[in-house]
Design a protein around this ligand. Sequence first.
Ligand SMILES: [Zn+2]
Length: 199
Amino acid sequence: MIDSFPVIGNIVDLLSKLPGVGEKTALKYSLWLVEHKEDSKLLSSYLNDLGNKVKLCRKCRNLTLNDDGLCDICKDSSRDGSTVCVVENIENFFAIESSSIYNGMYYILGSSVSSYGVDIHNLGLDFLINRIFQENVREVILVISSTIEGDLITQYIKERLKNSKVDITRIAYGIPVGVNVNFIDRTTLVEAFKSRRAV
Ligand SMILES: [Zn+2]
């Protein structure tokens, strides 16, 4: 049936790729958009901006609209450049940034970290290590799940920094072993951040 309406079929195919959205839900969304023309046009223009204007910062992988490819945090000279907080994804970055407990810089590992495994070579860790040395970073804070993947990333960073004076700390408090940081609430994440420990 849907094959006779390729316009809908194409949208269903795309929406089905979103995390947690199956074909049935994708069809429901598509038909809702057909009935809500104004929202549909608005979404189209927002998606156009998303595709054409939003980039990942070339230094920390945060979102940016800036032409030089740097995000507002990396460009902000009032922030503490001696500390880098390594987070798994942009959601964790938002959680820490909105709590105002931290005024340093970031590095976002991105979607290569998941509960299904980690591709250590796709995380940009070599780039991060170079940045730590070049910018004379004194503390690296790891906001990383206490999972096998999280431990692997932590060990890799520790090994690469073992002959340096850089302090490496990792969130701990209230995060049970094996729990992904993405599944804990924001308050717990902030408490865990405050009570980080040396690794
Ligand atoms: Zn940045």
